[in-house]
Design a protein around this ligand. Sequence first.
Ligand code: GDP
Ligand code: GDP
Length: 442
Amino acid sequence: MKPVIALVGRPNVGKSTLFNRLTRTRDAIVADFPGLTRDRQYGDGRLGDRPYTVVDTGGIGESEEGIDRPMTDQALQAVGEADVVLFLVDGRAGLTAADEQVASELRKLPKPVYLAVNKTDGLDPDTALADFYGLGLTELFPIAAAHGRGVRGMITEVLKAFPEADEDDGEPADPDTVRVAVLGRPNVGKSTLINRILGEERVVVFDQAGTTRDTIEVPFVRQDRNGDGERNYVLIDTAGIRRRGKVHETIEKFSVIKALQAVDAAQVVMVVIDARDGITDQDLHLLGYVLETGRALVIAVNKWDGLEADHRQWVKRELERRLHFAPWVKVHFISALHGTGVGDLFGFIERAWDSAFIKLGSNALTRMLQDITHSHPPPRAGRFRAKLRYAHLGGSNPPTVVIHGNRTESLPNSYQRYLENKFRELLKIEGSPIRLELKSGD
Ligand code: GDP
Ligand code: GDP
């Protein structure tokens, strides 16, 4: 599991600057999703081959005087779920009362807390740190997030506490097992849906459900959509199955960290939405994170039973309006309670998985490229015209088409979208994003 690092600190100490530095995307899979990831609070990063997740907890009292509860519920929840806390202070402003209050809360935590003294550019590091020894935290790092100074060394220290990911850890990953995560806000019907799926006749559930940190993994076998074979599945359940006769149900807090870990562990993500609420901002945020990872995606709009025709129209319009930037995403309407549409979901999951792991030789893909460019050649850019020569499949989940040519950097976005749409159509990619990589030989 990737360690989760929570950033805590007063406004203006440099949390977003550090967040951006720690999560700078090396290979953005998909373009920006307007309105989805604007205020990102969660992001993945990597130091060498060590991945981690960063959470900007935001939410510490604005005023510096007389704060009774320096940390908001949201910040406390994020800190509670994190593996380590990075407490950021401003080396130029010096120690404040709010810093002291936050530090005294953080010292009580049964997890490592590191103190990052930021904005030490142009300051003598020892002098900058001296102010903060009184906070009672032992791990102090002078950094300059804006310039990156000291950041790498600090993260190296932070990650030392966690074992390196062991390739042989756990059971060997079976390449043919379809790993599906079921995600959604509390109460949208995830547990009902999972129980419905596992109760189906075509499903044989195995008993040894493995648990990762916050989720339950249920292996099962199911006949595939043609009925002429079987497929192995693992269902990654973020709701925690309540079928084992649990009487008391606490109101579950929505945990983005838990959701992100499930996305990591999955190949296909099923996001469940409550038709009664339409598509909410929180749903969109969740979708934004899923889309960023490039995972195959199936959206299930649940509680479709007993709705007025007007309301159904409204939900459909809202979905169309708010998902217009990812037209390949398909939406399915179900009732987990009555079982309507639930069996069909597997057809879409299978297709999404098959799309995500499509295999095709370079010759066939290059022929496709030639047909696509022949019917509509790349436009001229100034005196030059990009030449696209050959293509190969560079990766799965999402399927990645690598195109080699000359002057590919001059291809306008509109032509890249054309290529993407054409490849999607010809490769019959459904329920999965597709990624293009352009390589220029000159
Ligand atoms: P946040 O409110 O904690 O998220 O803080 P921001 O990341 O928005 O940073 C607040 C201000 O501090 C911005 O103007 C940043 O440019 C500035 N800042 C952040 N890191 C550094 C740094 O390392 N050195 C200096 N001099 N300024 C910084
Ligand atoms: P979770 O928190 O996402 O796991 O949601 P639950 O499965 O616990 O469901 C929350 C509530 O929604 C329960 O009262 C369910 O009975 C109800 N519910 C779930 N699916 C449906 C559905 O398809 N139709 C209707 N009308 N109610 C549903």
